[in-house]
Design a protein around this ligand. Structure first.
Ligand code: GDD
Ligand code: MN
Length: 366
């Protein structure tokens, strides 16, 4: 059992007691590893004390190094054949452990996930925003796995699933990392759990962790489908760039009274510069000289803009009239055409930037 903790002093007594009871009931010889990041509230020393009475071993780390890396460190220290990870805050029912372990020991599964989103599972009155974040995160992972609850922090694996696998310690979602990279050979089972809200202490999942999640999930896409992963980053940045474009356009025109075509030009340059910076830092992680690369990026974007106009003209003035559509739908058709055009242009810009602007940075690692 690996239980990462950061300021969980008010919870670990109960979690340790319930885990050992559940394991005794299920005939499981358990070792509980509490991986504590030098919690200011003294969780670490409490874990030491519990070790006198229970099969608990405390692993102390110097400071808050993150949930995923705590799990990885727990894996390295664990002696068992079946490795289970769970939160310390009593959100996950320890009583499910025997069922999860036996699914692995019987050879029916190599990874078992305590799942909120299969029949019989659920969450305890979550506020709307938390449901939204959870759903949004799950949707982003849809291209990586069919598992219903890949975000779960409660899961068991056969030791071989993670042994020797290079796991990335970024962010919160070590379970998703293992689903994508682990050697489970598709033998992943989900058992329903009811996720209880923590009663003591507070969640460590903030806005920063959400950004890290976007970074993490895009790395996993790149791991699995290199170009798709890069393209999704590129498109994500482009989407934000479009919002910046609109904001600058509005500001220049409405607040500074700039002539609208000039305002649009300024908006284009500002948004495109933003896109360049993030693509350099994030999508392509480039170390090449900036000057010429920035110029290349601008050239590609201007070419993309011209391509956009050309596509729009081809669709609106040629393709659609040939299909003989009614003209009262014309404005919808214009928007529809632009959606198609933007998608094609994004592929063009992405391709040109990958093969030209950032060509040195898209050589795939072996
Ligand atoms: N050692 C260590 N270091 N432990 C940590 C750290 C850290 O930096 N950050 C968090 N933990 C521990 C907490 O003490 C807790 O036991 C567990 O990791 C989960 O942290 P919470 O702060 O309770 O996370 P959460 O409830 O928001 O998220 C949980 O549920 C999500 C599903 O909604 C986690 O299990 C997520 O992985 C899961 O996706
Ligand atoms: Mn929690």
């Amino acid at each position: 059992m690996i239980v990462p903790t950061y300021n969980e002093r008010g919870n670990i007594d109960e979690i340790v007691r319930r885990v050992s009871d559940a394991c005794r009931g299920g005939g499981i010889d358990v070792e509980i590893l509490i991986v504590d990041d030098n919690s200011p509230d003294g969780t670490g020393s409490r874990a030491e004390e519990l070790g006198r009475q229970y099969p608990v071993k405390a692993i102390h780390r110097a400071g808050k190094l993150g949930l995923s890396s705590a799990v990885i460190e727990g894996y390295a220290a664990a002696k068992g054949d079946v490795l289970v990870v769970m939160d310390a805050d009593l959100s996950h029912p320890p009583e499910k452990i025997p069922e999860m372990v036996s699914l692995i020991q019987s050879g029916n599964a190599r990874m078992v996930i305590g799942s909120r989103y299969v029949k019989g599972g659920g969450v305890e009155d979550w506020p709307f925003h938390r449901r939204l974040v959870s759903k949004g995160a799950t949707i982003l992972s849809r291209g990586l796995t069919k598992v219903k609850d890949p975000m779960s922090g409660f899961f068991a694996v056969n030791r071989e699933v993670v042994e020797g696998v290079e796991l990335n310690p970024v962010g919160y979602k070590i379970g998703l990392e293992i689903i994508v990279k682990g050697r489970h050979e598709g033998m992943v089972a989900e058992v329903p759990i009811r996720f209880a809200n923590r009663k003591v202490g507070s969640s460590k999942l903030g806005g920063y962790e959400m950004l890290r999640y976007i970074d993490h999930v895009s790395m996993l896409y790149e791991h699995r489908h290199f170009w798709l992963g890069k393209y999704l980053k590129f498109a994500f940045i482009g989407g934000i760039g479009a919002l910046i474009n609109l904001a600058v356009l509005w500001l220049a025109h409405e607040v500074f009274f700039v002539y609208y075509l000039w305002a649009a030009t300024i908006a284009f340059v500002v948004a495109d510069t933003n896109n360049y910076i993030w693509n350099r830092l994030w999508t392509f992680k480039s170390k090449a000289k900036i000057q010429f690369q920035y110029f290349q990026f601008l050239v590609v974007s201007v070419a993309g803009l011209l391509l956009n106009l050309l596509l729009l003209w081809l669709l609106v003035d040629n393709a659609l009239p040939a299909l003989d559509v009614e003209m009262d739908k014309a404005s919808l058709l214009l928007l529809g055409s632009q959606v198609v055009a933007i998608f094609i242009v994004s592929l063009f810009n992405f391709g040109a930037n990958s093969l030209w602007t950032f060509r040195k940075d898209t050589k795939r690692a072996p």
